[in-house]
Design a protein around this ligand. Structure first.
Ligand SMILES: Nc1ncnc2c1ncn2[C@@H]1O[C@H](COP(=O)(O)OP(=O)(O)O)[C@@H](O)[C@H]1O
Ligand SMILES: O=P(O)(O)OC[C@H]1O[C@](O)(COP(=O)(O)O)[C@@H](O)[C@@H]1O
Ligand SMILES: [Mg+2]
Length: 559
């Protein structure tokens, strides 16, 4: 088995494919029943072991639960008896699959080895020691020699859910154009307004012509929403409309929803590939290198930080406060701070801070103003929420998707700073608060995100055409991979690890206090070690492959 990023190790035949769990229940007869009964059809891990602690977290395939797809297979089986005896498995595969239409596409005729070797995998852990286990791998994304759908058989649907993010339109455009141009698929529809659009709205026909210019606009031409995830109704819609490939673009909440849809599709025995494309401007999806739109967000944040800096520099004891997105994680704030170099203090949810007293934020602000005459503070929207909640009577509220609604930390902080300096008449300050959140989210994607979105879309449709299902697609260490929905930590929010070197770089560039005592840091390191141990039961002796504060490692390679 060839691997990417780790030298291939020779394997003995019996060890080559140690199928830890491949036996799945046969398909349930196509039926409509309550998803509550879906338990016994729930996703099973498909783990394949290899030499040296190699583990492949494989993706489900339509044939896992639809072992006999075409009806004429039954006819041959009836005449010839057992497929196994007559070497029939090979013949069966030929009936179930079709040559990839890309092989006749003039644009790809020059490519030396266009099709991905079916055994290629991508390693999750790229830094290894000579004694470390090879660890978790994912199936490499890309076009396969044989596909499980004929072009005229495909009815594809695309939906966007959750918050906006630069690049949504590019992903939609490239899915549509890729399906048409590479696979000759002509039936693609858009679902309007997120998950609830499956059962409350008409579909929008999508063609290369209708999506031609959409990548030049922010937002999503399909509309999006939070809430409204009714699995049974969504799968009814897929069944009624004969949709056999569904591309679901959204963040952590959306991918959890996609996973449940996949389970229900499988329970009903439908030939329908369920594909997730991870989206979140916050860049807080675990396992993957980064999510699309993040680069654009960091770039766009520079404009707000520059404005804050200009304002602060031009006033006596000027302070610019900029609030950036990041509900649970400070990736945008951290990267925008590092990119700018004008920021004096970066506050993120992962790093608690305090205002008053020795080593507190207010003391630091005073000192920096005395030294420099101005300063810029970047604060992620999720930072300091505990402090705010303590200082005012607040009852937790949630949005339609169940996400906690946050208090405006930028406003709160600005007020606290103003109040502090009001008590010091000899220390007049000028504070400007800039909240560019929705401006950053609503812009069109930049050039690098556009290319990234194109590759994501292509990887997604290659996977669906090859019959894979129940997976999200994303770069892992620079290579696109298919990550099964069942990889739980992939669906959980990732946070900046403040005991990693990347956060130290920020502290170094801003010279801000770390607000933590030595004891706090030691406790955090201990928690991280515990987390590593918990995440690496398969890989004794390895550190966590999941947590990674830099999160933007590796340039994205063509699939
Ligand atoms: N645990 C869950 N199970 C099923 N659907 C979910 C779950 N969490 C969120 N969703 C659905 O996913 C969609 C988007 O979720 P949301 O949290 O708003 O955005 P995002 O996907 O960007 O995180 C919503 O329609 C919501 O109902
Ligand atoms: O105002 P909205 O639409 O609820 O969005 C706000 C949230 O959306 C985000 O940009 C990203 O959220 P999702 O990726 O979960 O959609 C958060 O940073 C922010 O808290
Ligand atoms: Mg989310």
């Amino acid at each position: 088995m060839e691997t990417v990023g780790v030298a291939p190790a020779p394997m003995s035949a019996p060890e080559k494919k140690k199928l830890l769990d491949l036996k799945d229940p046969l398909a349930a007869p196509a039926a409509r029943a309550s998803p509550a009964s879906a338990g016994k059809w729930a996703m099973k891990k498909k783990l394949v072991g290899g030499d040296g602690g190699y583990v492949l977290e494989d993706v489900p395939h339509l044939t896992d639960y639809l072992p006999e797809l075409p009806s004429f297979w039954w006819f041959f089986r009836f005449i010839l008896g057992s497929g196994q005896v007559f070497g029939f498995e090979l013949l069966r595969k030929d009936f179930m699959t079709y040559p990839n239409p890309l092989q006749d596409n003039p644009a790809y005729s020059v490519v030396k080895q266009y099709f991905v070797n079916t055994d290629d995998t991508v390693t999750q852990k790229i830094v290894v020691h000579k004694t470390s286990a090879r660890g978790t791998h994912f199936r490499r994304a890309g076009p396969r020699q044989r596909v499980y759908f004929q072009s005229d058989e495909v009815n594809a649907a695309i939906v966007t859910c959750g918050g906006l993010c630069p690049g949504l339109n590019t992903v939609i455009r490239e899915l549509v154009c890729g399906l048409y141009d590479m696979y000759g698929v002509t039936s693609v529809v858009g679902i309007e307004g997120g998950y609830k659009g499956f059962y409350s709205k008409n579909t929008i026909p999508l063609t290369p012509k209708s999506v031609n210019d959409i990548h030049k606009r922010g937002g999503t031409v399909l509309g999006t929403s939070r809430g409204g995830h009714d699995t049974a109704k969504i799968v009814d819609c897929l069944q009624d409309r004969n949709i056999n490939q569904v591309y679901i673009i959204g963040g952590d909440g959306t991918q959890k929803g996609a996973s449940v849809i996949y389970e229900e599709v499988r329970r009903r025995g439908l030939k329908c590939s369920v594909v997730g494309i991870p989206k979140t401007i916050d860049n807080d999806i675990a396992v993957i290198d980064k999510s699309f739109g993040f680069d654009t967000a960091v770039e766009e944040a520079q404009r707000a930080i520059n404005a804050a800096h200009v304002e602060a520099e031009s006033a006596e004891n000027g302070i610019g406060v900029v609030k950036l997105m990041g509900r649970n994680s400070g990736f945008i704030a951290m990267y925008a701070t590092l990119a700018s170099r004008d920021v004096d203090c970066c506050l993120i949810p992962e790093s608690p801070f305090y205002l008053e007293g020795k080593g507190g934020l207010l003391e630091f602000i005073e000192r920096r103003l005395k030294d420099n005459g101005h300063m810029v503070i970047v604060v992620a929207e999720g930072a300091g929420q505990d402090l705010i909640a303590k200082s005012m009577n607040f009852v937790d509220t949630q949005d339609a998707s169940g996400n906690k609604l946050l208090l405006d930390v930028g406003l709160w902080l600005s007020q606290k700073i103003k109040d502090h300096f009001k008590k010091k008449p000899n220390f007049p300050i000028t504070l400007k608060y800039i909240d560019p959140t929705y401006m950053i989210r609503a812009v069109r994607s930049n050039a690098s995100d556009n290319v990234y979105c194109t590759l994501l879309a292509h990887s997604a449709l290659h996977g669906a055409m090859a019959g894979y299902t129940g997976f999200t697609v994303a770069p892992v260490n620079g290579r696109h991979a298919y990550i099964p929905f069942y990889v739980k930590n992939h669906r959980e929010t990732e946070q900046v690890v403040i005991t990693d070197r990347m956060w130290a770089r920020v502290l170094c560039s801003t010279n801000q206090p770390c607000f933590l005592s030595h004891e706090d840091v030691e406790n955090m390191k201990h928690d991280d070690d515990e987390h590593h141990r918990h995440n690496t039961q398969l890989l004794e002796g390895e550190s966590s492959p999941v947590k990674n504060s830099s999160k933007c490692n590796g340039s994205v390679q063509p699939v």
